[in-house]
Design a protein around this ligand. Structure first.
Ligand code: E4P
Length: 217
């Protein structure tokens, strides 16, 4: 399972990239606004921090304008993945870009039928937002299960990129369902490594080791 970080905070991305566990980055207009930086500048910096896909989202709402924005974004680097909204205009742009060999992430997916359309349009990634579904009383993970079944039924190549991940249980459930990727805040990636018994066990080992008076180096 691939791990993407969902942020435009370049210091955080650099720090996670150094672990060797980071497979890509997703951004969206809200995250760019939060960074307080210029969109094209921050995307170029992020593209240099990872070899994996960097999702850069268009802000146009018509196919032609989306394609013009995509032209600007894809020139930033070979690892730029054009992020398009799941609308008919977005799907039309997705089909054209995919036919041209451009990586596309179709975002704002909230139903399995939407995911089916994105796969038919040749998307490299579909981004179902599990957290936002949970927020309104729907089970986000049921959507992942449905998409996985449909994509397997037809052997679609589109990767299921679980988005709007809020906590480690989302990651666990997505992994159990066989999702290809999870994109999550840096804090969630770090939380995956944490267990109180690991901390307690390590403290005990360190205390006992100190009693031996030895050193390895
Ligand atoms: C995914 O690509 C989106 O940027 C993101 O996962 C949305 O998450 P949110 O619902 O926490 O804003």
């Amino acid at each position: 399972m691939k791990f993407f970080v969902d942020t435009a905070d370049t210091a955080e991305i650099a720090s996670l990239a150094a672990t060797g566990l980071l497979d890509g980055v997703t951004t969206n207009p809200s995250l760019i606004a939060k960074s307080g930086r210029k969109f094209l500048e921050v995307i170029a910096e992020i593209a240099g921090l990872t070899d994996g896909p960097v999702s850069a989202e268009v802000v146009a709402t018509t196919t032609d304008a989306m394609l013009r924005e995509a032209d600007v974004l894809r020139k930033i680097g070979d690892n730029i993945c054009i992020k398009l909204p799941l609308t008919m205009d977005g799907l039309t742009a997705c089909k054209k870009l995919s036919d041209d060999g451009v990586m596309v992430n179709v975002t704002l997916c909230f139903s399995a039928n939407q995911a089916l359309l994105a796969a038919k349009a040749g998307a490299s990634f579909i981004s179902p937002f599990v957290g936002r579904l949970d927020d309104i009383g729907f089970d986000g993970m049921t959507l992942i299960e449905d998409i996985k079944m449909i994509y397997d039924n037809y052997a679609f190549d589109t990767e299921i990129l679980v988005a709007s991940v809020r906590h480690p249980i989302h990651v666990l459930q997505a992994a159990k369902l066989g999702a290809d990727v999870a994109t999550m805040p840096a804090a969630v990636i770090r939380a995956l490594a944490h267990h109180p018994l690991t901390d307690k066990g390590l403290a005990m080992f360190m205390a006992d080791w100190a009693k031996t008076g030895q050193s390895i180096l």
